[in-house]
Design a protein around this ligand. Structure first.
Ligand SMILES: Nc1ncnc2c1ncn2[C@@H]1O[C@H](COP(=O)(O)OP(=O)(O)O)[C@@H](O)[C@H]1O
Ligand SMILES: [Mg+2]
Length: 143
């Protein structure tokens, strides 16, 4: 059996599609040997990244969110990309509690991504879009 697999998803920017993306990625990720808690962590990280593209990237306007999810051996890689407004200051955006919509949001999305995934890489260009790549590895089982 191959130890490599991948999927690509493209969804219109719509908050209703966040739950779809989260569940679809979790179902794909289930091909690897996670604990239930780890699978929940993956779902939260995906929700946060996709909702950021919808709410911030496209500011609830039209646009598509692209996802590529793959694994190679024990390493799961999740990429979420939008071609929305982009992030001006990547470091500030990832600080705990930073949000550009303080009336509505808590500013913890990136914090959860960093907490629940092993690696989080963000690249962004103002006016062009944002790409979040997250990696999580299956832990060695003790037996
Ligand atoms: N895809 C994105 N496009 C544009 N801005 C983003 C994107 N993702 C995050 N941001 C910016 O980073 C900030 C922090 O994101 P996050 O930690 O998820 O907090 P929150 O979503 O609660 O504001 C957002 O308020 C927004 O300004
Ligand atoms: Mg967020």
């Amino acid at each position: 059996m191959t130890t490599t697999n991948w999927i690509k998803l493209e969804i219109p920017s719509d908050t209703r599609n966040v739950a779809f993306a989260r569940t679809a990625v979790a179902l794909f990720a289930s091909q690897l040997d996670w604990t239930l808690d780890e699978l929940e962590d993956i779902k939260v990280a995906v929700s946060e990244a996709v909702s950021n593209s919808v709410i911030h990237g496209y500011a609830l306007q039209e646009g598509n969110v692209f996802m590529e999810v793959s694994y190679h051996g024990p390493e799961l890689r999740i990429m979420v990309e939008d071609f929305g407004k982009g992030i001006e200051d990547l470091e500030a955006a990832q600080e705990v509690g930073f949000t550009s919509i303080p009336e509505e949001r808590m500013g913890l999305g990136f914090t959860f991504m960093h907490e629940y995934m092993d690696e989080v890489m963000v690249s962004s260009e103002l006016g062009k879009g944002t790409k979040v790549t997250m990696i999580k590895r299956v832990k060695e089982q003790e037996s």
